[in-house]
Design a protein around this ligand. Structure first.
Ligand code: SAH
Ligand code: SF4
Length: 371
């Protein structure tokens, strides 16, 4: 029992700040530069003390004994023909032990985007989303969120991408499993480390948090970490949005409108309104008109997402032709609109289909967020 307690309370290397690591290393009687060395390894995706070759053996042993260096384990990796990789990780923390999460790495010629999970499952229950329908198991902590980035970094070092693709992670999107803003401690903590100059040092212009619209939490995000914001809109009229995004009953569109108008935006930045097109549910003329009325063209853009079906899902995706028509109409009204490109279809990694089951198959969609 005492051993268990020691295990659970060990600091977790992926989530440690430079200051925390420095204090710990000083307590062990090591010179301060050792903390910097450990941090440099960590920030490169090396989490195994045995591989931290410039550390003395006694310090590597101490790290192994007193720090939880890898709070998640890679269980499976699938690679698509287009280079997209889907990762399944298992969690080690006793309460979530053995639970699975998924992350996706999407390479392009000029960027690599990593899509992170923030929760196991989701409490919000949007009826078109597989993650939502599986219920909620728990929140990831900041170390488990950052560890997804670091493990993918390590994987990219060990198995580099073809030379025509970008080689380093440039962009982060919180669009995997879970509602990030329902897990503020984990997500804020991870954002702090992603942004910190002595952390992963990623620009806020290259980080996007996607939310179904938790208003007080969006306001706090804007105050503390004004990263790019994506809103799962899916309907621009309350009755339909109450059905598709049930949190709308608590935070209706009028409140969302005011909240989005206040969200801080950098120069030439936009809020992304995500709209998954469901055949004859939210793709009718009246839906399009409501959407045109809702959008602020100078501050917002619309990302039309193809629906990813899953077993037993009650919806069908809008046909491609109608999706293009929908986009063209928005564009004709001066609204920036894109149809989200689909990546990694052959490995089936997915928006809204990610779930904590290794056998699950899904598809993933990417949009060109940030620069
Ligand atoms: N919970 C957050 C982020 C994760 S979901 C949110 O809802 O924004 C990432 C995106 O995938 C959201 O826009 C979500 O609405 C969308 N999505 C969910 N299920 C989907 C499905 N079956 N097909 C396509 N997109 C889906
Ligand atoms: Fe949760 Fe987002 Fe899925 Fe809705 S769409 S159930 S908020 S993960």
């Amino acid at each position: 029992m005492r051993f268990m307690q020691k295990q659970t309370s060990r600091p977790q290397l992926p989530g440690m700040t430079a200051a925390e690591l420095s204090t710990l290393v000083s307590q062990w009687g090591e010179p301060r530069f050792r903390a910097k060395q450990i941090l440099d390894w960590r920030n490169k995706g090396v989490l195994d003390p045995k591989r931290m070759s410039n550390l003395p053996p006694r310090l590597r042993d101490r790290l192994e004994a007193f720090i939880d260096c890898s709070p998640i384990d890679l269980v499976r990796r699938e690679t698509s023909q287009d280079g997209t990789r889907k990762y399944v990780f298992s969690l080690n923390r006793p309460r979530l032990s053995g639970k699975m999460i998924e992350s996706v790495m999407i390479p392009e010629s000029s960027r690599i985007t990593v899509c992170l999970s923030s929760q196991v499952g989701c409490v919000l229950d949007c009826p078109f989303c597989h993650t939502g329908t599986q219920g909620f198991t728990g929140n990831l902590n900041k170390a488990e969120i950052i560890a997804q980035v670091l493990c993918i970094m390590q994987d990219l070092n060990e198995a580099p991408l073809p030379p025509d693709l970008h080689q380093n992670i440039t962009h982060i999107v919180y669009m995997g499993m879970g509602e990030p803003l329902a897990n503020e401690p984990g997500v804020h903590g991870s954002l702090e480390l992603l942004l910190a100059p002595d952390g992963l040092n990623i620009s806020r212009r290259r980080i996007t948090v996607s939310t179904s619209g938790l208003i007080p939490q969006i306001e706090r995000l804007g105050e503390r970490f004004p990263v790019n914001l994506a809103i799962s809109l899916h309907a621009a009229e309350n009755e339909l949005r109450n059905e598709l995004v049930p949190i709308n009953r608590k935070y209706p569109l009028e409140q969302l409108r005011q909240c989005l108008d206040r969200y801080p935006l950098g120069h030439q930045r936009h809020i992304t309104l995500e709209y998954v097109l469901l055949d004859r549910v939210n793709d009718r003329e009246c839906d399009l008109e409501a959407l045109c009325r809702f959008v602020r063209p100078h501050r917002e853009r619309v990302n039309l997402i193809q629906f990813n079906p899953y077993p037993g899902s009650p919806y069908r995706g809008t046909p491609r032709e109608r999706m293009n028509e929908f986009a063209q109409h928005l564009i004709s009204k001066g609204i920036r609109a894109t149809v989200r490109r689909s990546r990694g279809q052959d490995i089936m990694a997915a928006c809204g289909q990610l779930k904590a089951d290794v056998a699950d198959k899904a598809r993933h969609h990417v949009d060109g967020e940030g620069d």
